[in-house]
Design a protein around this ligand. Structure first.
Ligand code: DWN
Length: 410
């Protein structure tokens, strides 16, 4: 690992690099053949700050390269996630945070409107902020009032002028994408009413470490949060972490509730999670060295298993052209000599090639009409939903390969 001095984006103190995942393309940078010669790559390394406890990428591509008019991920591709966001909506409606008179809800990174559409349907004043123009367009078509911009303290000023202060500021799988998160924290503190709250959720560092789900690390995920790092960040802006709730989405996520300091009591959930994080070492650099060893082992086991199956003449495909699969394929050096194709239900990904390794992305019907012997489940976080859908494949002898929490054939 290079000995350059990297600086924590939160505390501005030195970072300790602990993992080098090599040259990586954009996680959602699906390409056509004419792009092969000039594809974007960057060096994907991860570090830990002993000061802020934040795990973060050392380098991140420019946000405009990742979020644009052809962003490939649409949240509504999973029925389980649709249900999750309907439940999230209900929990906000039943919370003490929405004022009785004319409540105002903002969602940062509302994608295709999967959650905010429920507020819109009930006539609740709302605003979606979504920098990727194509998904923002779908949100607007879903009746969600959405602007397509990157959020900042400057934009917060314009929103304040035009809409006023918010009761609830939501973000799901978004905060961990934002390199200028300090400006966002400042902006959120300025836009929330005195009794207002920020509620956001993201893949949880504790689950990533426990399950060796290192594929949660890719260009878009500049941070992997814990209660320790989130508390540190928002304390800088006069805000408190008042509640945490674990979610089973994305292989284990954490929902954080933040308010202006002193407005609400700090729940036992927060105190208990901070204790637990100390016990499992999320505040210590040694933990991340052990994680690196586990990542290297996972790579070794996956590539060996695939090699063995190929030597037996088995046909293997990928299931779900996830952002996560970009990390796995490029770090493990798995290409089309091993995986015939990756099937995915997202039209914008189909007919293109996987970032970096250039495996064809084909529609789901290919999986039905031309099933492989083994399917490597890149969308392992949707295993329940996918297994139920693909019962015929399993019943007719098709096998699944997963790499989280360990490499195995199901
Ligand atoms: O944070 C992020 C998360 C929330 O979503 C983003 N940075 C980008 C994206 O990450 P991902 O691509 O790893 O997310 P998913 O939800 O694991 O992607 C699932 C993929 O699999 C989608 O392309 C849709 C596809 N899929 C499918 O082909 N058949 C999904 C299901 C459920 C299916 O049945």
């Amino acid at each position: 690992m290079v000995s350059q001095n990297y600086i924590c984006r939160i505390s501005e103190s030195s970072l300790m690099p602990f993992l080098d995942l090599g040259k990586q393309p954009l996680g959602n940078g699906f390409v056509v053949e004419s792009d092969f010669t000039h594809e974007y790559f960057y060096s994907m390394m991860v570090g830990f700050s002993p000061e802020s406890k934040m795990v973060q990428l050392l380098n991140q591509p420019n946000p405009e390269l990742m979020f644009h008019s052809e962003y490939a991920f649409y949240s509504s591709t999973s029925v389980t996630m649709a249900q999750h966001f309907s439940d999230f909506f209900s929990s906000v409606m039943n919370s003490p945070y929405l004022s009785k008179d004319d409540p105002f809800v903002i969602e940062l990174g509302c994608n295709d409107g999967i959650m905010l559409k429920h507020f819109a349907k009930r006539g609740i004043k709302h605003l979606g902020i979504e920098p990727s123009i194509n998904v923002a367009k779908v949100a607007n078509e879903n009746g969600v009032n959405t602007i397509s911009e990157f959020f900042s303290s400057k934009l917060a000023g314009d929103i304040l002028t035009n809409f006023g202060k918010a009761d609830v500021f939501l973000a799901a799988n978004v905060m961990c994408h934002i390199p200028h998160i300090k400006d966002v924290a400042l902006a959120v503190s300025s836009i929330l009413k005195k009794t207002g709250v920020l509620i956001f959720e993201d893949p949880y560092l504790g689950d990533v470490i426990e399950k060796t789900s290192y594929d949660q690390i890719y260009d878009e995920h500049v941070f992997l949060f814990s209660a320790h790092s989130v508390k540190y960040l928002f304390n800088l802006y006069g805000m408190d972490l008042i509640d945490v709730q674990w979610q089973k989405t994305h292989g284990g996520s954490m929902r954080y509730t933040i308010s202006h300091s002193g407005e609400y009591p700090i729940s036992d959930n927060v105190i208990n999670l901070l204790e637990k994080e100390k016990k499992i070492g999320l505040d210590k650099s040694g933990t991340f060295d052990s994680f690196r060893v586990n990542v290297e082992r996972s790579k070794f086991e996956l590539t060996n298993l695939l090699k063995k199956l190929k030597s037996e003449g088995k046909r293997i495909c990928g299931y779900g052209a996830t952002s996560k699969s970009t990390t796995i394929l490029n770090y493990c050096g798995i290409g089309k000599e091993t995986i015939d194709y990756i099937c995915d239900i997202t039209p914008i990904k189909q007919g293109k090639f996987s970032p970096g390794m250039h495996i064809p992305i084909l529609p789901h019907k290919t999986f039905i009409e031309n099933p492989p012997d083994y399917a490597l489940l890149f969308a392992w976080n949707h295993a329940e939903e996918i297994m139920a859908k693909e019962k015929n494949f399993t019943d007719s002898g098709g096998k699944w390969i997963v790499h989280v929490p360990e490499v195995k054939i199901l």
